[in-house]
Design a binder for this molecule. Structure first.
Ligand SMILES: [Zn+2]
Length: 390
């Protein structure tokens, strides 16, 4: 392996690291980084009901400030390989584009921050004026139990808690530089079951139809917005994702109906405050109908924001200098491992264009790999003068 972002990205894409398989991707990074003087730890974690996951922590330097780049080498399955223009694990270069599963999410991004770091170390004679580390997991696309969350616990227990973290997830939507993520909405999944009495549709007085009860609850949920948003967040949003009775007959009132919903929420709420609101509204809506109802929730992911400050400013300035684009400071999109990092240090997310992630023909422009390597490189150069305490 050499240190160009394209070479590293191709090496990683050719590793079959569909979650939770390591596929040789962490081995390849470890070999490269050890050769450049990094101390590497491989961290295998296990838990009940989830696959074992291999992770890599690599660090150079022992002093503060400690800048950590975080990412994942696991990828989602490619689907049917014959749907792809080029085989998903061949890392084919075609007309200025690198094709392959993980090209953008996020082997390409890892390649850029590793290449940028190695370039920087070459310029500074092999050691940084503080510390640079890589937290690379194989469990981001999976249950996310044996990955970043546990690596961070291990880092804290071993004196490796970083001062700042950049997660290299593909944050940009159209053009490299357009989006810098400074937080994420929380996500809460819930289920309501309303139970009544089954009967003939011609004799409704002998039955108790749970569907109007459920409709009343859902109507109450959608009647007014959860909030108006915050300076950094869009309004919280509830989407109903399923309503099921399992009833195929036209003349039967079903005994039970289940609805599922997902809420993406902002800093006006916590999962617990939302649960209270939803339980209260349901109880009010269904009152006096003689129906039973139950509401249950899956574990929620919490909302967070890294308020604009030195770290956000440094990255936004760097993006503007390198690309001429003013990045939007966003809290949109799905969840990522930044939700775990935020408990340890300020964290931002910036990486490639995410248009083709998880899709057939996932790909990245080679020019973008070079541009992103330049942005990360300038970010590292700006980081140490800015955060070294004299
Ligand atoms: Zn990702």
């Amino acid at each position: 392996m050499t240190s160009s972002a394209l070479d590293i990205a191709q090496t990683l894409i050719r590793c079959l690291s569909v979650t939770p398989e390591e596929g040789g991707a962490l081995d390849a990074l470890q070999e490269l980084l050890q050769g450049e003087g990094f101390t590497c730890d491989r961290l295998m974690f296990s838990d009940e009901d989830t696959p074992d996951v291999d992770n890599l922590f690599a660090r150079i330097g022992t002093r503060p400030p400690h800048l950590c780049f975080a990412g994942h080498t696991d990828v989602v399955p490619p689907g049917n390989p014959s749907d792809w223009t080029h085989p998903p694990f061949d890392a084919t270069v075609d007309d200025g584009w690198l094709f392959g599963r993980g090209a953008a999410d996020m082997k390409g991004d890892i390649a850029c921050f590793v290449a940028a770091t190695l370039d920087y170390l070459e310029k500074t004679g092999g050691t940084p004026p503080g510390s640079i580390s890589f937290l690379i997991t194989g469990d981001e696309e999976g249950p996310a139990v044996n990955g970043t969350r546990k690596v961070l616990e291990w880092m804290a227990a071993n004196g490796h808690t970083p001062d700042h973290c950049l997660v290299g997830e593909p944050s940009c939507s159209e053009t490299l530089g357009d989006t810098l993520r400074i937080g994420r909405r929380g996500s809460l999944n819930g289920e309501i079951i309303v139970s009544g009495v089954q009967g003939h549709t011609a004799y409704p007085h002998l039955a108790n139809n749970p569907l109007p009860g459920l409709i009343g609850i859902l109507d109450a949920y959608l009647a007014e917005p959860l909030d108006d948003g915050t300076p950094h967040f869009a309004p919280s949003d509830l989407q109903i994702t399923a309503i099921e009775t399992g009833n195929e007959a036209r003349n039967v009132i079903p005994s039970q109906v289940t609805a599922r919903f997902n809420i993406r929420f902002n800093a006006n709420h916590t999962a617990d405050s939302l649960k209270d609101i939803l339980r209260r509204k349901a109880a009010e809506a269904i009152d006096s109908k003689g129906l039973e109802h139950q509401i249950s929730f899956l574990p929620a992911s919490h909302c967070f924001v890294t308020e604009p400050g030195p770290l956000v400013e440094l990255m936004a300035d760097t993006i503007r200098d390198q690309t001429g684009i003013e990045p939007e400071l966003s809290t949109g999109g799905g969840t990522s491992d930044a939700r775990f990092v935020k408990d340890y240090c300020p964290v931002i997310e910036f990486g490639l264009v995410n248009k083709t992630i998880h899709a057939v023909d996932e790909r990245v422009e080679i020019a973008d790999l070079n541009r992103l390597t330049g942005i990360y490189g300038a970010f590292i150069e700006g980081y140490f003068p800015r955060f070294t305490k004299s």
